[in-house]
Write a protein that binds this ligand. Structure first.
Ligand SMILES: NC(=O)c1ccc[n+]([C@@H]2O[C@H](COP(=O)([O-])OP(=O)(O)OC[C@H]3O[C@@H](n4cnc5c(N)ncnc54)[C@H](OP(=O)(O)O)[C@@H]3O)[C@@H](O)[C@H]2O)c1
Length: 281
């Protein structure tokens, strides 16, 4: 198999790092635009200090790139896609979200992902959309409370989610970028089982050995909690999707087993592999 070059945006992130690992495991080379120098990538991956939102910093030779992994919400996405098309990049895999299945711009979260899907679809590149449910890595949001020894607040405590292991997304992205048959497909990716937040927290506690107590938040407290880190339209979007029946993240799909020939990664397995991130911040 010929080794090819792939651009991976977000190579230090939860999903991007897994895309990098999966492309390298397939024998390919990765070029990663990163905003800050200094953090290393695995051998076979080269980082270039670049902010894709800033046209003056994108000094990547796209003529040498066969495919790219991109995420929603980056201001420079449309321009990057245009440049990629001009340089005959073959394929783009977009990390979208399950919320994008609701094809409406009335919801801020849905619209955020829809806009990215539209930009990719209109780019002229072959495309594949990954539409995952919530990530298992969202549990890292508990780390500050765990580190401070306090109780862990649980927004939407009654919502069971079959969360997705970012490694599955990385492997599917690498598959779609390197094998034929995935252009024009949108994949709803789920984990293997739906867990309530308290069940996820109990798993973290078991796997890390840290005694943890969850505090379920009612809707009013959930809203206040989410507003600390998210703009109001996004918080409203969460409530519309989760409380008014727009989005059921307890859904299970066969996407991972159909594409990768194995079961999706479980939450417990993800925690086991990332245990030290809970114990060392
Ligand atoms: N969390 C969920 O449950 C969920 C579910 C479905 C979809 N999603 C989508 O998944 C995406 C987040 O994925 P993730 O968890 O892997 O993200 P993450 O861990 O937060 O990583 C994001 C990465 O993107 C890089 N980045 C951001 N802006 C950049 C720019 N302008 N130029 C170059 N690099 C840039 C960041 O680099 P720095 O290190 O420089 O910041 C970081 O490496 C979002 O689009 C979200 O909507 C999330």
């Amino acid at each position: 198999m010929r080794s090819e070059n792939f651009l991976v945006v977000g190579a230090h992130g939860n999903v991007g790092s897994e895309v990098v690992a999966a492309l390298l495991a397939r024998g390919h080379h990765v070029v990663a635009p990163v905003r800050r120098p200094g953090r290393s990538l695995p051998p076979g991956a080269t980082s270039i200090v670049a902010d894709i939102a800033d046209p003056t910093t994108l000094g990547i030779d796209l003529a040498a790139i066969q495919g790219m992994f991109v995420m929603a919400g980056h201001r420079g996405l449309t321009r990057l896609l245009r440049l990629a098309r001009e340089h005959n990049v073959r394929h783009a895999v977009l990390l979208s979200a399950a919320a994008a299945e609701h094809r409406t711009h009335d919801n801020a979260l849905t619209s955020y992902h829809l806009r990215a899907e539209e930009a990719v679809a209109e780019s002229g590149l072959n495309w594949t959309f990954l539409r995952p449910q919530s990530f298992c890595s969202n549990a890292l949001r508990w780390v500050p409370e765990i580190n401070s020894g306090g109780d862990v607040r649980l927004p939407f405590p009654d919502l069971a989610v079959a969360c997705v292991d970012p490694r599955d997304l990385g492997e599917i992205a690498a598959l779609a970028l390197t094998e034929p048959g995935h252009a024009g497909n949108a994949y709803r990716v789920t984990g293997p089982e739906a867990l309530l937040p308290a069940e996820q927290l109990a798993t973290v506690s078991t796997q890390t050995g840290i005694p943890l107590r969850g505090v379920p938040l009612n809707d009013q407290d959930t809203r206040a909690h989410l507003l600390r880190d998210n703009p109001e339209p996004i918080v409203n979007a969460f409530f519309a999707l989760y409380r008014r029946g727009g989005l059921d993240e307890s859904m299970l799909t066969r996407t991972v087993s159909d594409l990768l020939g194995r079961a999706p990664g479980s939450f417990a397995d993800w925690v086991t592999r990332h245990r030290e991130r809970f114990t060392h911040g």
